[in-house]
Design a protein around this ligand. Sequence first.
Ligand SMILES: [Ca+2]
Ligand SMILES: [Ca+2]
Ligand SMILES: [Ca+2]
Length: 314
Amino acid sequence: MRVFRFLCIMMVIASACNKTDVITVTIDDNYRAATDSSSVGWSEVMEYTPAPGQFIGDTQTGGFTGEESTPADAAKYAAERLTENKFVSLGGFGGYIVVGFDHSVDNTTGYDLAIRGNAFDGSSEPGIVWVSRDENGNAIADDEWYELSGSDTMAESTIRAYSVTYYRSEADNQPVKWTDSEGSEGEIDYLAAYHKQSLYYPKWIGKDNYTLTGTRLEARNYDKSGTGTMWVQPAYGWGYADNFSAEDYVEDDKSLNLFDIANAIDRDGLSVELEYIDFVKVQTACNAKSGWLGEQSTEVVDFLDYGLMLKRNE
Ligand SMILES: [Ca+2]
Ligand SMILES: [Ca+2]
Ligand SMILES: [Ca+2]
């Protein structure tokens, strides 16, 4: 894996090139340094593949035209919504969006990324954040993804490489059935009172079923009323998008969660040192529903290069 290019300082006194005299070079062939004209915000939606959900295909509160029939249409929809500072819903577990920047985002000392969700006190719908470098230099997000670990990464209830398969309903105005890799099954509810589009399954998914895989966090939602009227979705510690965190937010703006690329881990959970990243993915982390509120779905509104933002504000 070509993660770093190492440069050994050749000393006059010949010595073995061991760890202590190796410099990690941050710039490789694919690194795109930020310039004065670089944008602090995301520049492109590379992919938008939500799980089924109440906002998917919704032409009212979801802002869809209802004609999105290809992955390109879906990405265009998401880009237009984010440009208008409106939320893009990722639907139930595993739904995701991938964005790119017009430069490489540096792993600075401290936080590097800020992601805006629509959480508020009692309404956290955590999304796992993944990062990737354009290792093959083709400007496409087809490279290795690294999860950014959070407060619950090591929790016993957290399941990595968890998969959910969603099945397109055969008739209109029906729930969407799912099965998961743990042997469970369930439904994304059809909420006729609030979201009247006939299909909650993304129209641009050509197949009758599709599988989404990611890291699952245990749901914390509960019905405070006991009668189904007041659902609470408590916050998680840190490291998640759309999370009303008490720890990782921009001062005076709790809807902007902060992320440190230094928290990247590989598929085995081992720490990975990334000098910079090019792509960011956010993926709904819980497989849960909250009564009349419907499925727990992460929403995103904006993606910022926080390090560059701080530099510009200096
Ligand atoms: Ca950092
Ligand atoms: Ca690539
Ligand atoms: Ca939300």
